[in-house]
Write a protein that binds this ligand. Structure first.
Ligand code: HEM
Length: 491
């Protein structure tokens, strides 16, 4: 009896100790922490689980947008993290030699080998970027173009086949397969052929799972160091291991001898970086064009009057002169950015001068970033931000006024911005221009036509994205009609 009573008081003592420590720590985070003056949700001030939970729900980009609406241009979204939403902050963060990628990128490092994406050290990053740069310059994109065209032709033949009996096509699926074939050919010199065979289609799922898990770790970093890592790996071991073996084989055949070498990780990263991102850009553009018929008509007119034949649709001055095409792609990237969340950064560890971001002195050790989705919907830079309006990209610059281009962050900016931008624009321009050359298209009838439109939100005109660092999405389902006899080129 006496033992039970003393055990009871010991447990009460420990529970009270834990509860008061938690309370004390929460009070410190709210009242005394260096970021205490910044507004934000209460849970965010005391725990990483605010962003962690939304990363888990895949809606963190929407939540950050809502936070800016509610709290203003600087919001505390975790005990040690601030998100900004201005052009000044975009420059101060990403064009700043005193700022590095945050430690959270370490959660994507495998076997202690950094790649161009994870490297935080500037010298290591420079070396990695130099390694991949020759494959991604504008000139390289041009010399890769014949292979790219072959994959686009395969896609066009599939569209033609479906058009014969007005079969609706899911453009997310088409764009994903096409982009994966292109980027694997670019990285390894041989494609996975997912457009024509389903044998390797599991790769897309394996990549998406890795990105989703990594995005949660970016926000609740310690999970990457805990049991969850091995547990989830065990759960998804098979497809990940299958993917690693496939990658091993592709690389062994072409570029390197063994897994674990740095080239293995660079090639792996290029597949991650260049597949779903470009697929999002093209599927989103198809979505917006199918719903904004005036934009569709203008773009079709531009493409059909700029070239005399399909063979002329290739990189060069004629394609570069299709300014409306570029405006449509940029407007889709604005409304539905393929990397929609905050790219976390911190002050260089060896820099001890005060760091100022958009007029705010940032205490050392804090993380900060900008969500492309949020800044792309900031009314100060993009009036009527939920309207698809490619014309905004064609307006002349007004001196002294921030233009759309100043706030465009789809590829990020600065030394860590996208290395594959030229390839991404070439790929999406060719896919869209060639599709509009050969076909007319419209949204599929009935409920299929609604797939892709923002689920459960009031803005049905928006292409719905799930944030997994890059994105997942579905649709739009489109029905194609060949234009005259032009299709005969394709067979
Ligand atoms: C529309 C398509 C694309 C978008 C929107 C996009 C966006 C981005 C963004 C936002 C980053 C910065 C990530 C960060 O700071 O954490 C990035 C980095 C990168 N992207 Fe892309 N990307 C696209 C396509 C591609 C393609 C096709 C490739 C190559 C085949 C590529 C290769 C890379 C590489 C190598 C990096 C790392 C750069 C560095 O850290 O130095 N991307 N991309």
């Amino acid at each position: 009896m006496a033992l039970a009573a003393s055990l009871n008081s010991v447990s009460i003592f420990f529970v009270s100790l834990v509860a008061s420590s938690v309370l004390l720590y929460a009070s410190y985070l709210i009242l005394l922490h260096p970021l205490r003056k910044y507004p934000g949700p209460l849970l965010a001030k005391v725990s990483d689980w605010f962003t962690g939970f939304h990363a888990f729900k895949k809606d963190l980009h929407l939540e950050i947008f809502q936070c800016h609406q509610k709290y203003g241009p600087v919001v505390r979204v975790a005990p040690d993290r601030l998100v900004f939403n201005t052009v000044e902050a975009l420059q101060d963060i990403y064009q700043n030699g005193r700022v590095s990628k945050a430690y959270t990128y370490g959660s994507s490092v495998r076997n202690n080998v950094d790649n161009v994406f994870t490297a935080r050290d500037k010298d290591i990053h420079r070396a990695r970027r130099k390694m991949i740069a020759p494959a991604l310059t504008e000139r390289a994109a041009k010399s890769f173009e014949p292979s790219l065209m072959e994959h686009v032709a395969t896609y066009l033949r599939q569209v033609l086949e479906a058009s014969k009996n007005s079969e609706p096509l899911n453009m997310t699926e088409k764009a994903r397969h096409l982009a994966l074939d292109i980027v694997t050919e670019l990285s390894f010199g041989s494609p996975l052929n997912v457009q024509t065979s389903d044998e390797n289609r599991f790769v897309s799922k394996a990549l998406a799972f890795g990105l989703y898990r990594g995005n949660i770790w970016h926000h609740v970093f310690y999970l990457s160091r805990l049991w969850a890592y091995s547990f989830l790996d065990l759960l998804f071991f098979e497809s990940r291991e299958k993917y690693s073996r496939l990658l091993d084989k592709l690389i062994r055949d072409r570029v390197a001898r063994a897994r674990g070498k740095s080239v293995w990780w660079e090639a792996h990263f290029l597949v991650v970086a260049g597949s779903d991102t470009t697929a999002t850009a093209t599927s989103a553009t198809f979505f917006y064009l199918s719903r904004n018929r005036e934009c569709y008509r203008k773009l079709a007119q531009e493409v059909r009057s700029s070239f005399a034949s399909a063979a002329e649709i290739k990189s060069g001055p004629q394609l570069a002169n299709c300014r409306y095409l570029r405006a449509c792609i940029d407007e889709s990237l604005r409304m539905s950015p393929p990397v929609p969340g905050a790219l976390w950064r911190s002050q260089d560890p060896d820099d001890n001068q005060p760091l100022v971001i958009d007029g705010h002195v940032i205490p050392k050790g804090m993380l900060f970033g900008i969500s492309s989705y949020a800044i792309h919907h900031n009314e100060a830079y993009f009036p009527d931000p939920f309207a698809y309006n490619p014309e905004r990209w064609l307006e002349p610059r007004t001196p002294g006024k921030k233009s759309a281009y100043d706030a465009f962050a789809a590829f990020s900016i600065g030394p860590r911005s996208c290395a594959g931008k030229a390839m991404a624009y070439l790929e999406s321009s060719l896919i869209l221009a060639k599709t509009l050359w050969y076909f007319d298209f419209e949204t599929a009838p009935s409920t299929l036509g609604e797939v892709g439109a923002a689920k459960g939100r009031e803005r049905a005109g928006e292409f719905h994205l799930e944030d997994i660092f890059t994105t997942r999405h579905d649709g739009p389902y489109l029905v194609f009609r060949p234009r005259g006899e032009l299709w005969k080129d394709l067979i």
